[in-house]
Structure formats: structure tokens, C-alpha cells
Unconditional design. Structure first.
Length: 184
């Protein structure tokens, strides 16, 4: 029997969720592994392009790490490299190949790993990371932020998978609908 877990030995509590984040990224990379330049920029029914989603995932991860966890502003270099704009929208600069988007994902992930591998378990669960949302200030735990990044990337991974199906014109195999409960 093959056992599938997120982690078997933990140095600190953050490693458990970092393994979940790693697993989510591995699944995303499998989806985009064979896409060409045209596929990356394909837009359908008002959805952003796959390149836009990939960059957005990297931008959001970097923003949570730099602005919220570290309490810093993004550097001018980071803003340019990650194509940040004043108005948040899911888009990507034209003409970039897949390696550009994969590099941004990797860059943001390196920052995340560096931060979380150095957090104590107490810091990991302390609601000390503040964000002003409108008139309200919210305090987040680094633990919740990692959970949110897994959820965020998973959500957009699903949208990317949907777009790849639209591009290829293939449908999922829906054999799980051929059950006695659904077939009358």
C-alpha cells in the first residue's frame, strides 16, 4: 500500500503546510508543463489568460510575504519583475515565455520558504501580521496565510486546468457519473 501524507517528520509546525503548498505547486506545474506560447496567452469567455493566472499566483504570494509577514514595501525591482500595477487585475505582459512565469513562481516560493523555515512555532500561530482592509485592521497568523496561499493557488490551478481543457477541446472523463445512483 502506498501511503500519501504531507510530511512524516516535522522540524517545525510550518513544514506541514509548506508541504501542502509544495504539493499544490507540483500539480500546477504538471498542468502547464506542455503549454506553448499561444496557449499561455489564450483568453476565453472573459477569463484571464493562463499567463495572467500564473503571474497573479506569484504576485499574491510575494505580496503576503513582503508586505504582510515582513512588514516591508515591495522593492521597485520586485514591482517591475512581477509586473505589479496600482490597480489589481489578473494580467501578464505580452511576449513572455513560460520560463518567465515559472521563474516568478519560483522566486516568490523561495521567499516563502526562507521566511517560514525560520519561524518558531509560537510565531507561526501568533496573530501579529496586520493588514488594513478598508476601515478595518485585521491580524493574521502566518499559519492562516500559508493556508490561504494553498487555497488561492488551488483555486486558480482549477481555472488554469479548465482553460487547458478549453484550449484542447477535450472534456473530462465523467465515468464517475455512470453509477447506479445517477443512472436510472
Amino acid at each position: 500500500m502506498k501511503e500519501i501524507t504531507l510530511s512524516t517528520h516535522m522540524k517545525n509546525d510550518a513544514i506541514h503546510l509548506l508541504q501542502g503548498l509544495k504539493s499544490t505547486r507540483e500539480q500546477l506545474l504538471k498542468i502547464v508543463a506542455d503549454l506553448d506560447q499561444q496557449d499561455l496567452y489564450y483568453e476565453c469567455n472573459g477569463f484571464p489568460s493562463i499567463s495572467g493566472y500564473l503571474l497573479h499566483i506569484a504576485q499574491i504570494e510575494l505580496w503576503w510575504m513582503r508586505v504582510v509577514i515582513q512588514g516591508q514595501e515591495l522593492s521597485t525591482e520586485e514591482k517591475q519583475l512581477f509586473n505589479f500595477h496600482e490597480k489589481q487585475e489578473i494580467s501578464a505582459p505580452l511576449g513572455k515565455d513560460r520560463s518567465y512565469f515559472l521563474a516568478r513562481l519560483a522566486d516568490a516560493r523561495e521567499v516563502t520558504k526562507e521566511i517560514y523555515l525560520n519561524l518558531s512555532d509560537v510565531e507561526f500561530r501568533r496573530a501579529s501580521k496586520k493588514v488594513k482592509e478598508g476601515d478595518e485592521i485585521k491580524a493574521y497568523t502566518p499559519e492562516w496565510i500559508l493556508y490561504h496561499l494553498i487555497d488561492h493557488e488551488s483555486y486558480h490551478r482549477g481555472q488554469i486546468a479548465f482553460l487547458t481543457k478549453m484550449i484542447s477541446g477535450k472534456r473530462e472523463k465523467w465515468e464517475h457519473f455512470n453509477t447506479p445512483y445517477l443512472s436510472l
